[in-house]
Write a protein that binds this ligand. Sequence first.
Ligand SMILES: Cc1ncc(COP(=O)(O)O)c(C=O)c1O
Length: 497
Amino acid sequence: MNLQPYIAPTIRRVCQTTANPQRLGRVPVMDAIDGVPVSRLIETHGSPLFVFSEANLREKIRGVRQAFESVYPNVTFAWSYKTNYLNAICRVFHQEGSIAEVVSGFEYEKARHNGIPGNQIIFNGPWKSVESLRRAVSEGAMIQVDNRDEIVALARLAEELQTSIAVGIRVHVDTGTHAVWSKFGFSADDGEALRMMTWTRENTRLRIRGIHCHVGTFMLDAGAYATATKAVVGLAIAAQEAGGALVEYLNLGGGFASHARLHGQYLPPEQATPGFDDYASAICSSIKQGWPEGCPLPKLYLETGRALVDEAGYLISSVVAVKQRRMPDANGALAAYGKGGPTVASAVRAYGKGGVANGLGSTRRNAVVLDAGINILYTTAWYQPSIYPATQTAPGMQPTTVYGCLCMNIDVIREEAALPDLKAGDAVVMHPVGAYNMTQSMQFIAYRPAVVMIDPGRRVHLIRRREVLEDVQGPELVPGHLAETEQPTAAIGRHEP
Ligand SMILES: Cc1ncc(COP(=O)(O)O)c(C=O)c1O
């Protein structure tokens, strides 16, 4: 018996995004990660599977430190927990000398669990509960105040404890190149931040030791940091002139771009993304040029997240189904089909417009369904990961839609990726996916996959096991009257296959 399904014949348009794919098209393949074959990783840990390269993490943090330390005397990096707070990842950064940057009581607990003392934790965020502030104060954490209510809460705490509390003040700056993150802190541009610093100094037991400014994320323009740094330096000087002490530190947050590619980004990341040296030069030369002469340069903190972890992360996934996606075609084939049937002319028009004409009057595009969905690739809302086959394929690539496995129409990982013909069972590797996908992934429909880390000696370590039913329903409670369920009596009927 022939079990092959019928597939209508198609005419294939040569894909322009991959020059001459039919003749020259060498398909880029990723069959190993840090020397470990993808097939072995799947065999041992299943698919889908997140994979992190420890060597890459270490290389990145050493690279960024080198860039800053070569131009500035006193700089400390804080690992931004929200970017990826898997303990193994955090511990690599801590081993490399990074302190912790957290934005909630939960993240604070996590950093303490990872052995970081309170005085090496930078505590950010627009809401910090009174309990978490109390703990942070008692452990000497570096609290960056975000708003007036937080200043009041901390002032009360200082009264209660009859002590002075050292804080940093968070500000936002209009850099002219990116949207202003005005949700956080006080405006440094219109005098608001200066007024708050003066008010705090005159009315509370709080001592403002530093200024914090995180301009945004994925900043492709290093010049934005020069603008922000100049504004922050100007604010420090203005606060001193208003009667306060010169702050001891500046914190320029994170935001350096990784080598991900934004939707609609024309230039490849290798060209679009500034180097660490560019960011270092923008920030450090602005401090050195603006800082009052004769005063020791302030300590510089940075909270770089995505640029340090994104490229270290890969997602291995497997094709579970191959489809031909029906594409909308405003003037051509579908319209003609609706009006009474396909014509040769409509098929030819569709062919010319870039789809695949199947002779029935609609345009089609290759599509594959993967065993991973956007619930674990949250960042695909903004970025397009590269997708590589994990094994050699026939030459030639086609525009291919890459669907996730969730039963939701919006579960599309890539609208259009250049891929060779794939079949069910083929593995692919997506990259870079190391930033924010761990922390923003949600349990939805499918279990979240295992995560492994490959150490520099090519040993593979499980750093988060695949979820099981208990992980999902563990926190659930069933009321007593629902505890005993009767089996529903199913209507028994004849089912057509
Ligand atoms: C205060 C703060 N610091 C650091 C970061 C890390 O930013 P990124 O991952 O863009 O480097 C963030 C992220 O939003 C943040 O809010």
